[in-house]
Design a protein around this ligand. Structure first.
Ligand SMILES: Cc1ncc(COP(=O)(O)O)c(C=O)c1O
Length: 405
């Protein structure tokens, strides 16, 4: 790995952040300076196995050579044009992303929350122009315990009080139903409903996987009731669960797909709304946009990401290593683990509160050289880069076993 760019210690850098960086996160006490593949290194040269992978933005590992090469090549040619002009990278990115997902059209954006906001605008516009919902009456049905981002409209339909408290007034037009409950969804959808917006697996909630048949049921219900199914695959998508998309486990094609995180290869923020032409086609010039969305650097990296996914290699790895992950976690049941949910290389692990909080377990794992992040008090989330080897995964599970005893 390359030489350090700072001579300051981890402790010094952590102290230095305190007065000048907003306290909107509570990071674990590690200062990462370099990374390669599944491993990161702190400023003192200590190495850690990364089992968070940038909340799944690093599905293909840190600095995947093909992605770094695509970025370097593009950096040397053209980085930004704005959409005031065409650029020579956007068409291929959109063509290949649409083909990969089985949909028609792409609206390129940057962050996940922006893709969600854009999806909401598109669904509302579709409801007024195509479905014929009276002006300003459109509703969107969402699930309790959702996580779709942090903007004011998105936290308007969050059920997490920490995300909402102090940020009102909120955007109207959302109905919240319990997740994994088709009857509740059926009751909430009416003639004003533009869309049902769901995570096919709820990531931040603790990798909550709905019952078999739920996503297919949502697909059938939304089709029958004449509203859109908007699937937020910003965290679940792009190989993580052993398929390109989590909805594919039930053979479902949504009307609108929201992608982000890994679409930027861990290099640049890239997100997208991908949809059928009759849905995304409602947008006309001036109605929506972004200075950076669809820029040539993002499009080049995004195209390289799609190229990797076209091979199916990482989807296969996630499915195969997912078996190792499940096996390792099953062996810990009753030994500090009270339950877990896993699909592909993604797991939410509920820790016995007697053994420690999720935060405490994350801190103990840090000392063992493994990076994870807690969510919701007693749960830790495991989402290694899909480049992880079975030996590395077994090593991490061994470390988890040690810190639980
Ligand atoms: C399902 C889902 N949607 C949206 C987002 C928001 O993405 P971003 O943080 O890039 O705005 C996240 C982030 O964790 C997510 O998990």
């Amino acid at each position: 790995m390359t030489a350090p760019v700072t001579t300051r210690s981890s402790a010094d850098l952590i102290r230095a952040e305190e007065p000048v960086v907003a306290h909107n996160y509570h990071p674990l006490p590690v200062v990462v300076a370099r990374a390669e593949g599944t491993w990161v290194e702190d400023v003192e040269g200590r190495r850690y196995l990364d089992l968070l992978a940038g909340y799944s933005a690093l599905n293909f590992g840190h600095r995947h050579p093909a992605l770094i090469e695509a970025a370097h090549r593009q950096l040397d040619r053209l980085t930004l044009t704005s959409r005031a002009f065409h650029n020579d990278r956007l068409a291929e990115f959109a063509e290949r992303l649409a083909a990969l997902t089985g949909l028609d059209m792409v609206l390129p954006m940057n962050t996940g929350a922006e893709a969600v906001e854009s999806g909401i605008k598109v669904a509302r516009k579709w409801a007024y122009e195509v479905k014929g919902v009276p002006a300003d009456q459109a509703t969107i049905v969402v699930a309790a315990e959702n996580f779709h981002g942090r903007t004011t409209t998105i936290v308007s339909f969050s059920t997490d009080e920490t995300a909402r408290q102090g940020f009102g007034p909120f955007t109207p037009g959302f109905r919240i139903v319990p997740y994994n409950d088709l009857a509740a969804l059926e009751a909430a959808v009416d003639e004003t409903t533009a869309a049902v917006l769901l995570e096919p697996i709820q990531g931040e909630a603790g990798v909550v996987i709905p019952d078999d048949g739920y996503l297919a049921g949502v697909r059938e219900l939304t089709r029958r009731k004449g509203c859109l199914f908007v699937a937020d695959e910003i965290q679940s998508g792009l190989g993580r669960t052993g398929r390109t998309l989590a909805v594919q486990h039930e053979g479902v094609v949504p009307d609108v797909l929201l992608l982000g995180k890994a679409l930027g290869g861990g290099i640049v923020p890239v997100s997208a709304v991908v949809a059928r032409r009759d849905v995304l086609g409602v947008l006309r010039p001036g109605e929506h946009g972004s200075t950076f969305g669809g820029n040539p650097l993002s499009a080049a990296v995004g195209t390289a990401v799609v190229e990797i996914l076209e091979t199916g290699e990482f989807q296969r790895r996630a499915a195969e290593l997912g078996v190792v992950l499940r096996g390792g976690l099953s062996a810990l049941l009753g030994k500090g683990v009270v339950g877990f949910r896993a699909r592909g290389l993604w797991a939410g692990v509920d820790i016995d509160p007697e053994v420690g909080t999720g935060r405490e377990i994350s801190q103990r794992l840090l000392r063992e050289g493994v990076l994870v992040k807690d969510t919701h008090g007693s749960t830790i989330r495991l989402a290694p880069p899909l480049t992880i080897t079975s030996e590395e995964l077994e090593g991490a599970l061994g470390a988890l076993a040690r810190v639980l005893t």
